[in-house]
Design a protein around this ligand. Structure first.
Ligand SMILES: [Cu+2]
Length: 479
């Protein structure tokens, strides 16, 4: 997809407008379609509030979801608007890299929210572009055309995962035949990055379970769907689950006539069998990051751990870089951490952030560093040795009245290699507890034609005060 108003986007915008004019009770309406994923307030409709995040149905469920949505949009374009009969949902290729350089002008352009979604006007100058949402329905960064950083979207870790099933594998752990709606554990690599982080970057509506109300949602999920197809195509060893629980699960949606249609995960495995192909399965599928690996730990299945240090209360996040001191546990052995941070032991060092939540979209992702000096700009580099991972708030916003959210997310980082590397580089001598530093994710340069005021406003992500992003507790343990 190119970042201009091409015909495909124009037809999309017209169809969005038409669907928005249909009553919410109409299964082919804009709101009904978004409600399938999540509603603004509680609802008893069993067809609504069904998005499965944090489980192994994440990919097939969203494939059927966008496939049915595409069918509805195509039908509107052809039969209501008199347009072409071959419209297809575009994908937003934010992982595209030109000339191997993620910071080339073309690469940066791909990581800005596409301009058709940032303009309040239709291309002919008329206002009311339905692809546009004003702040705070989007983050100032995305709205202002700042690109999300490459470190946040590089899908390399996911695309290299050998297996579909498993914690920190491509498509999440085995979650039986249950459709999880509110799992705090997003452990599939593709779901974590780039999926969750793009929700965080676009912010606003996209950070909540009503995210399909933002028209960019569908292009984002089309890209996630393409990366799934690309993962399968890239290596004959990459296979979908073969368990009956996964293959036989039926995902039910509405077709263009408003009728219910069901697809099993088995039927959703091949996009060709479903009648579509992607322009490319190799363009923008990741670059190898610098030679250091940050693994996220298996969540929920904790090995016996010895707590080494923890926070004494909640940590409030804000617009500034924050150093969070961890207080050593009185009972912990002083050698526990340096023992773990040694290539010769099996022991692991695990940093856990519990009950991560916000009252309103914080409009930024956060980066987590361990051992960095907060006043040294160069230490806060997401490709440098102090970086351990990202926090996002997708699904952690609001004390929700319906069954989504409200419980806070848990992030676990295995920082064993990280601490070992810091010791080897002489950046930590093994004594004391290296501090945790949390900082809002910075964004890239503004578009060349951006207005100065918009640029200044968007340059530093500042969470609105009412969002109160926070971490309930942080603890460091060794196994
Ligand atoms: Cu999503």
């Amino acid at each position: 997809m190119t970042d201009v108003w091409d015909e495909q986007l124009l037809w999309y915008a017209r169809a969005v407008r038409a669907m928005q004019g249909r009553p919410e009770s109409d299964p082919t309406s804009w709101l009904f379609q978004a409600n399938i994923h999540g509603t603004r307030s509680a609802s008893d409709n069993p067809e609504w509030n069904n998005c499965p995040h944090g489980g192994w149905f994440f990919l097939p469920w969203h494939r059927a979801y966008i496939l049915c949505f595409e069918g509805i949009v195509r039908d509107v374009i052809q039969n209501e608007l008199g347009g072409p009969n071959d419209w297809a949902l575009p994908y937003w290729n934010y992982t595209r890299v030109t000339n191997g350089n993620p910071n080339s002008p073309e690469s940066l352009e791909c990581r800005r929210l596409p301009s058709a979604f940032r303009s309040p006007d239709w291309p002919d100058g008329e206002a009311d572009n339905p692809l546009f949402l004003a702040e705070p329905k989007r983050s100032p960064g995305a709205a202002g055309g700042l690109p999300v950083e490459w470190a946040e979207v590089n899908p390399h870790a996911a695309m290299q995962a050998p297996h579909f099933t498993g914690v920190t594998q491509f498509g999440s752990a085995d979650t039986d035949s249950q459709l999880l709606h509110r799992s705090a554990e997003h452990d599939g690599l593709l779901e974590m990055q780039p999926h969750d982080l793009i929700h965080g970057y676009v912010g606003g509506v996209m950070l909540q379970f009503i995210s399909p109300q933002d028209p960019i949602f569908w292009l984002h999920h089309c890209q996630i769907d393409r990366l799934w197809a690309a993962w399968i195509a890239s290596n004959s060893g990459h296979r979908n689950p073969t368990e009956a629980d996964w293959l036989g699960f039926t995902h039910t949606f509405r077709n263009a006539q408003g009728n219910q249609v069901g697809f099993t995960s088995e039927e959703l495995q091949s996009e060709e069998a479903l009648g579509y192909v992607y322009e490319s399965l190799t363009d923008g599928v990741g670059l190898k990051p610098p030679e250091r690996l940050v693994a996220m730990m298996e969540a929920g299945v904790d090995p016996p751990a010895e707590k080494v240090a923890s926070t004494t209360g909640p940590t409030d996040l804000g617009p500034d870089t924050l150093t969070v001191p961890l207080t050593p546990e009185p009972s912990a052995r002083a050698e526990a951490l340096p023992e773990a941070a040694s290539p010769n032991t099996e022991s692991r060092a695990i940093l856990t952030m519990d009950d991560v939540r916000a009252d309103a979209p914080p409009q930024t992702n956060y980066r987590v560093f361990v051992g960095a000096r907060p006043d040294h700009e160069e230490d806060l580099d997401p490709e440098g040795p102090y970086f351990i991972g990202h926090l996002h708030f997708f699904g952690a916003v609001g004390a929700s009245t319906h069954h989504h959210g409200g419980s806070g997310l848990t992030f676990k980082f295995d920082i064993t290699e990280h601490l070992t590397e810091l010791r080897q580089l002489g950046m930590w001598n093994g004594e004391g507890i290296p501090p945790v530093v949390v900082t809002p994710a910075t964004l890239g340069p503004p578009p060349p034609d951006a207005e100065a005021e918009a640029v200044a406003r968007a340059a530093a992500p500042t969470p609105p005060p009412e969002s109160r992003p926070r971490i309930g507790s942080i603890s460091l343990a060794t196994t």
